[in-house]
Design a protein around this ligand. Structure first.
Ligand SMILES: [Zn+2]
Length: 257
């Protein structure tokens, strides 16, 4: 079966993995099964890529922001850099990906907290939703979300049922990648049960997180149908209905017509 209306709420087509066929692939997907893409920016070059590609393809939208893993290359005046970028495109629909990553010991947690917090304030000042990355940092992330109450999505969600409940109660959305389809990922399937159907987003986080059936391969937005199939299986729905609902959710959250 050929699925349509796939909306990828989080992708990285600026990754080197797409150097050989980037434009052909994006054009092909957007002319067929994929109804929208949101580029998740990670550093300054990635923000500029997103702005360029949003200009190039009508259904390509972008975020701007600085990822917690990229603080080594963070410009001193990163907030004014973001302010300046805001004037370059009308297709900037979010601030992201921003957040906390405590996976590696060498990371400066205090600096991450400061940069995350200031970017949350920046998003609020422009009434933009945020795309949040949180890895091994649930407590600190949730504490800041309780305090700042942003609108937005917790992307590539890998947390517990209880955390999902709280994210939803704060008014936020939850994004699932191909990891939801992995055999044995009972934790995420349980967390899925906490997410109302109008708060669910699907994403690739490509080129990573290829779903079951494609594992080890470069992922792209078309593979999201596998995530939709898993959601449908566990919620008693059908995959195309899930794709339509999640596309609608993404458009509502990111203010896309
Ligand atoms: Zn990402």
């Amino acid at each position: 079966m050929e699925y349509t209306n796939i909306f990828d709420s989080h992708c990285h087509y600026d990754d080197r993995a797409f150097d050989g066929d980037r434009d052909d692939l994006i054009a092909e997907m957007l002319s067929k099964n994929v109804s929208g893409l949101i580029h998740a920016a990670t550093d300054k070059a990635s923000c500029l890529y997103g702005i360029e590609y949003a200009d190039k393809y009508p259904k390509f939208y972008t975020s701007i922001g600085f990822h917690p893993e990229n603080l080594d290359s963070l410009p001193d005046d990163y907030i004014s850099e973001l302010e300046n970028m805001m004037t370059k495109s009308r297709k900037i629909v979010a601030v992201g990906e921003i957040g906390l990553d405590y996976h590696y010991d060498g990371f400066d947690r205090e600096k991450q907290l400061e940069v995350f917090s200031r970017q949350l304030d920046f998003a609020a000042s422009h009434s933009l939703p945020v795309i949040i990355h949180s890895r091994n940092a649930t407590e600190d992330t949730m504490e800041l979300l309780r305090k700042k109450r942003p609108t937005g999505v917790l992307h590539c969600f890998s947390g517990s049922y209880e955390t999902a409940c709280e994210v939803v109660s704060l008014g936020m959305y939850i994004g699932f990648t191909g990891a939801l389809t992995f055999k044995g990922n009972k934790k995420s399937v349980r967390a899925l049960g906490a997410v109302p159907k109008d708060r669910l987003l699907l994403e690739t986080d490509c080129p990573y997180m290829a779903p079951e059936g494609f594992r080890g391969q470069r992922s792209d937005s078309r593979m999201i149908f596998k995530v939709a199939e898993t959601v449908a299986l566990h919620t008693g729905s059908d995959p195309q209905t899930i794709l339509n609902q999640t596309a609608g959710n993404a458009k509502r959250l990111f203010g896309i017509q």
